[in-house]
Ligand binder design. Structure first.
Ligand SMILES: Nc1ncnc2c1ncn2[C@@H]1O[C@H](COP(=O)(O)OP(=O)(O)OP(=O)(O)O)[C@@H](O)[C@H]1O
Length: 576
């Protein structure tokens, strides 16, 4: 939590000024009952109009001063809380950019989004309230009790019994409420997750007519959120009547006891009115406590959640410092006895993988679903780090390169193409910031998508995604290939990225890629594609079953032969 509040440091100065202004408001609030008592004793009881006017004017003057202090405090408090929110959101975003995939797996996207929005807003609001009014309430209680002692110590003794009792009670409520609010935030995560999945999978939901199922799922999450919020609010709110009851009893005791004191001449009317006034102000401040407890407990839960992400150990290290490998990468890749298990997974995704592929060579990876193909790819740009063995690029361990260098040399096209909101041009240029229009067009031509783009209403400026055109799966795949090609990668990794292309387009694409003279890794299910590679790797349950050219595998692997005949019939074995 300390991590989170350290973001207030740069705003110490305005925060301190806001605090001082709040103290001014507080001082006025504490002085007014005192002056009221004096006005009664000196003016009303003695029927001296000049004293009434004098004390009345002082009180009005102080009220204006308090108003000016309040407005300035409001201005500064909102400045501090908004600037704090901006900084912490920025830092959280940067932190998430550093995350490895293993780190990202620890938090569902919906939870990160809630932490980013809802949790930060909660902390931000509480900081504003703290500077504006929250800190005032306990100070009014302390100041009110002190002033009461100054006015009449005997009458004030009643506060010494009630206030400590209330403080203990409040601390107890605070402790329970923080846990309950952590629970509420968990439900906010759940509602966001269901909503996010629902929006992402809308087509599927409609196609499978799963609307009722989805509505039930949302109803459950929503009811969970409503129930836990209701329970928490009721719990905190129920503390308020207890607080007020105790304070009202105190006021009655002051009136009764004050009356006795006046009869014996130990108190006067002004003192009793002042004491009741302080008791009312203390009661009002205490009645705000349930709201303050709610805000603090909620903020504590939110601050812990934000802090969790901020202080998460990023489990991939960039070796930019002391990096020796500043030479241009040529594209030789070696996996040496590599094993890899996903964090928390029961069995390894890859086991004892060893192979070398030379610059400019093309390796096709083929295997059943879940055999480890994507995992094999993700290790090279260090989206995950290996558990055993090592990966070398140009005979140097990849860990000796900086992330920028290794990832900058790899053109990675993931299995499901992702386009960002913006134009088609923006999406291609995303692969290389300073690309010229000629480079964009060349990459699109090589990815076999140029003709399609030219047929769109605004050609390269056509917007995609939200409020833009809907592209087919194959078109999206080719735009993400263009995005990888524009970087002129030394190593190109196509993770089943040509699956939606027809054979002719795919073949033209593979021919165009040859001109890039890069090492190519291609995951494919199609033998027609695999057979064009220099070598083919057959993966099964995370292990290499066989590796060689198409003809070598036909000779050596009956599984490969079975795949070939299942796709083309027996005669194809002899065609290549
Ligand atoms: N993020 C993850 N966390 C835990 N296990 C994972 C994760 N991703 C994949 N796995 C597991 O690792 C194994 C290999 O998965 P991988 O995605 O590499 O297979 P694949 O051959 O690419 O499959 P597909 O052809 O279906 O894409 C599978 O058993 C899978 O369940």
């Amino acid at each position: 939590m300390r991590n989170v509040f350290s973001f207030l440091k740069p705003y110490k100065f305005p925060a301190v000024i806001a605090f001082i202004l709040m103290l001014m408001e507080l001082a006025v609030e504490l002085l007014l009952p005192l002056f009221l008592g004096l006005m009664i004793n000196q003016g009303v009881v003695n029927q001296d109009l000049s004293k009434i006017v004098m004390w009345g004017s002082i009180m009005i003057g102080l009220s204006f001063l308090s108003l000016a202090a309040g407005i300035t405090n409001s201005f500064l408090s909102s400045h501090v809380s908004i600037a704090f929110g901006y900084d912490i959101r920025q830092k959280l975003f940067e932190k998430i950019q550093e995350f490895s995939f293993a780190n990202l797996n620890q938090y569902p996207t919906s939870s990160l989004v809630t932490r980013f929005t809802n949790d930060i807003r909660q902390i931000q609001n509480t900081i504003f309230m703290a500077l504006r009014i929250m800190a005032k309430a306990p100070l009014i209680v302390i100041g009110g009790v002190l002033m009461a002692f100054i006015v009449n110590a005997r009458l004030a003794l009643i506060f010494l019994i009630t206030v400590p009792l209330l403080v203990i009670f409040l601390l107890y409520v605070l402790k329970l409420a923080s846990n309950m609010f952590a629970n509420v935030q968990g439900y906010v995560d759940q509602v966001n997750r269901v909503m996010q999945e629902n929006l992402a999978g809308m087509r599927l939901i409609k196609a499978f007519t799963r609307r009722d199922f989805e509505e039930n799922r949302f109803r459950e999450a929503n009811a969970g959120l409503a129930d836990s919020t209701r329970r928490t609010f009721r719990f905190v709110e129920s503390s308020m009547p207890v607080l007020l009851f105790v304070m009202n009893v105190s006021i009655l005791v002051i009136l009764w006891f004050g009356n006795q004191q006046m009869i014996t001449g130990n108190a006067n009317v002004g003192e009793v009115v002042t004491m009741v006034n302080y008791a009312l102000r203390v009661a009002m401040a205490i009645s705000m406590f349930s709201f303050i407890i709610m805000a603090i407990s909620r903020t504590k839960a939110s601050a812990i959640r934000v802090d969790e992400v901020l202080s998460l150990q990023v489990d991939l290290t960039d070796h930019t410092e002391g990096n020796k490998q500043m030479t241009v990468i040529r594209g030789k890749v070696t996996y040496h006895q590599v094993s890899f298990t996903y964090p928390g997974a029961a069995k390894p995704a890859l086991e004892d993988i060893s192979f070398t592929i030379n610059p400019g060579e093309k390796l096709a990876v083929i295997g059943s679903t879940g055999s480890g193909k994507t995992s094999l790819f993700q290790l090279l740009p260090r989206l995950y780090d290996v558990n055993k063995g090592k990966i070398l690029v140009d005979d140097n361990a990849i860990t000796t390169y900086s992330f920028d260098q290794i990832r900058g040399s790899v053109g990675y096209v993931p299995q499901s193409p992702l386009l960002f909101s913006g134009s088609i041009k923006d999406n291609i240029v995303w692969g290389k910031n300073a690309a010229t229009i000629e480079e964009i067009i060349q990459a699109a031509k090589d990815a076999q998508i140029h003709e399609t783009i030219m047929g769109l209403p605004n050609q390269y400026d056509t917007r995609v995604g939200q409020k833009g055109v809907n592209l087919s799966g194959g078109q999206k795949q080719r735009i993400s290939i263009a995005r990888a090609l524009i970087r002129k990668p030394k190593i190109l990794m196509l993770d089943d990225s040509t699956s939606a292309l027809d054979l002719a387009t795919e073949s033209q694409l593979l021919t165009a890629i040859e001109a890039y003279n890069c090492t190519v890794f291609i995951i494919t299910q199609k033998i027609s594609t695999a057979s064009t590679a220099d070598r083919i790797m057959l993966l099964d349950e995370g292990k290499i079953l066989a590796m060689g050219t198409h003809q070598e595998l036909i000779q050596a692997s009956h599984i490969y032969r079975n795949i070939v005949t299942s796709q083309f019939g027996k005669e194809y074995e002899h065609v290549q």
